[in-house]
Design a protein around this ligand. Structure first.
Ligand code: SF4
Ligand code: SF4
Length: 493
């Protein structure tokens, strides 16, 4: 039972209690005191409530905390098991991947090794097979040669011109204008061509030279050649390549060089003569047009094109390489040219064809045909005006050149140790600016830096054979060689 004076809030709504308490109030102060007590009681009640709630909250938080940690521990334990399991699985997986990797590279290595071994075996076996195949078929050469020789003999013996005679005279060669004593330079302006003849020196190797040529503007070449002319006087420049007309700005270079020099250009003549008409002085520039049957139009069309050059005032001749597959048709092709008054120079092929090295492999009938061309045995079938058109512009040099070609190109006469004027009267300017004695080598300096030197005397040849028909002229016994009647010393300036 609660004591009577123990205050409870609910007493405030009890009228009897209220009346009894109000009767006890003696003064205002007493009223305030009792009211203050009620407020204090309310404060204590709120305080008790706050602490009771706080205690409950703390208790609940404790339960939450306990629950969290109670749950966290097994979660950590589980994570630990998962982690352990992952690493337990990862190690064998890595091991397995390692085995796979090793296996792959072991196989890859073996494959590479096997590939290399097969390639090496093929590299050694193929030439052996080729050689033995060549040996095997050698007896068949006899039949093949016999058939080819019979065709050549018939072609030569039964030859009669079968085209209309429409000769156009050849204007004089630039060199004929008293310029035979000039120093000569062969200039391989670049090694690039719009054809790819199977007998070309560069066939199969064009990529080797790609980007190695010095490409300069006509103006830049003008200053280098001006320096050469200052030192050596006017020169005769024989420009070849590759194909010179595929060099950037070549027609301008030609026009510029012709101001102080004479020139002859060896070309496959795939270009149109209108490219140079009116720009290049015909008295200073001549053309040697190479007929390449695999790429050019027919012999008749090519010969007609050569006549266009002549009609424009240019000295123009034609050449062809006696590539073995062409031999049978040479006689007829010669008629295409000669009936128009064009002398076709037939150059021996140098290189391998069907396993045999030429010119050594030319048969007797083929050699007989060369003699037929060189000695001009076919001339008797042509009227004098045709012969005149073809030969009137021949220089003494041209006549002697034919004989030199037979000796050094067809019969491969040895040149080793013989005196030669190449490097003295003649030099070869290579596509990269190097100056050489001749096409086979003998570096004498760099044309572009001007530090090359032409020798004062003829020098012995260091090579066993002379590869180029234009250069064999400079060897002792050749028309421009030491003691040759056409050689004249270069006047140094
Ligand atoms: S045209 Fe002359 S340079 Fe061009 S591929 Fe034929 S032989 Fe070689
Ligand atoms: S003979 Fe021919 S290969 Fe020998 S140095 Fe003279 S040009 Fe060159």
């Amino acid at each position: 039972m609660e004591p009577e004076n123990h205050f409870r809030l609910r007493f405030l709504v009890n009228p009897a209690y209220l009346t009894a308490r109000l009767r006890e109030i003696q003064s205002i102060r007493d009223l305030f005191s009792r009211f203050w007590n009620i407020l204090r009681y309310l404060g204590f009640g709120l305080k008790d409530g706050y602490y009771a709630l706080r205690a409950q909250a703390i208790r609940l938080a404790g339960y939450g905390h306990d629950g969290y940690y109670a749950l966290r521990a097994p979660a950590i334990r589980l994570a630990g098991y998962g982690h352990k399991g992952y690493y337990a699985l990862r190690a064998p997986a890595i091991r397995l991947a390692g085995y796979g990797h090793d296996g792959f590279y072991a196989l890859y290595g073996e494959t590479l090794r096997a590939g290399r071994a097969i390639k090496k075996a093929a590299e050694t076996a193929v030439p052996a097979i080729r050689v033995s195949w060549t040996r095997l078929v050698r007896p068949l050469w006899f039949f093949r040669d016999a058939r080819s020789d019979a065709a050549l003999s018939i072609a030569v013996k039964s030859f009669r011109p079968r085209r209309r005679f429409e000769p156009v005279n050849n204007p004089p060669a630039p060199l004929a204008a008293g310029a035979e004593g000039r120093p000569r330079l062969s200039w391989n302006i670049h090694l690039s061509c719009n054809y790819d003849c199977p007998y070309c020196w560069f066939h199969g190797g064009w990529e080797t030279y790609l980007g190695k040529a010095v490409i300069l503007s006509p103006k830049e070449w003008g200053s280098h050649w001006a320096r050469f002319n200052e030192r050596h006087g006017p020169a005769h420049i024989e420009i070849a390549g590759g194909e010179p007309f595929t060099y950037p700005g070549f027609a301008d270079i030609l026009a510029m060089l012709a101001e102080r020099n004479t020139l002859s250009v060896s070309t496959n003549f795939a270009w149109d003569p209108s490219e140079i008409a009116g720009r290049v002085d015909p008295a200073k520039v001549g053309f040697s047009c190479s007929f390449h049957p695999k790429f050019a139009p027919s012999a008749d069309a090519f010969a007609e094109k050569v006549l266009r050059l002549r009609k424009a005032g240019f000295h123009a001749t034609a050449t062809i390489v006696a590539y073995p597959p062409y031999l049978k048709r040479l006689v007829d092709w010669n008629d295409s040219f000669f009936s128009r008054g064009i002398h076709l120079t037939v150059q021996p092929f140098r290189g391998y064809w069907r396993g045999r090295y030429y010119p050594v492999a030319y048969t007797a009938a083929a050699r007989r045909m060369f003699a037929w061309f060189i000695d001009g045995e076919y001339l008797r079938y042509y009227p004098p005006d045709v012969i005149f058109a073809a030969t009137s512009a021949f220089s003494t040099l041209d006549g002697k050149k034919q004989r030199t070609m037979t000796d050094y190109q067809l019969d491969l006469k040895s040149t080793l140790g013989r005196l030669c004027n190449s490097g003295r009267l003649y030099g070869r300017l290579q596509f990269n600016g190097d100056m050489q004695r001749c096409s086979q080598g003998g570096y004498v300096g760099n044309f572009l830096s001007g530090d090359f030197c032409m020798c004062d005397e003829a020098q012995p040849c260091q090579f066993s054979t002379c590869e180029c028909s234009n250069e064999a002229l400079y060897i002792q016994g050749g028309p421009l060689g030491p003691g040759g009647s056409l050689s004249a010393p270069v006047k140094r300036q």
